[in-house]
Ligand binder design. Sequence first.
Ligand code: SF4
Length: 121
Amino acid sequence: MLQSSPPHESQWSPAVPTQRSSKDLAGPWHSEAACRRDEAGLFFAPSQEPTAARLSREQAAKSVCARCPVLLECREHALLQPEPYGVWGGLTAAERRVVLSRRRRRDAAAGGRPADISRIA
Ligand code: SF4
């Protein structure tokens, strides 16, 4: 069981995806998150945020993610959950939808077998 709450925890879903194994649950990725030390407001949009402000905020959030030691773990969490809002693992919600769509196409092309996710951004 995790000792602390995850970074910028979404109110929409549990902190830990059900798809993660018990080995993953013991992992330290939440406690190592760079965003634990940064303004949580960077990662989720306030209501009615103008486009220019959103782009600027998302870029700032991504710059935090870029130096995060658990970027890949966070990204997989957000893709598997899936997290519908916010920047997770250096990707916006729209970017995650693109990655998931690519994965579904690759899975379909592979005859329904899940693609090797370690080879997909
Ligand atoms: S990758 Fe980004 S959103 Fe995920 S834990 Fe790290 S800083 Fe937070």
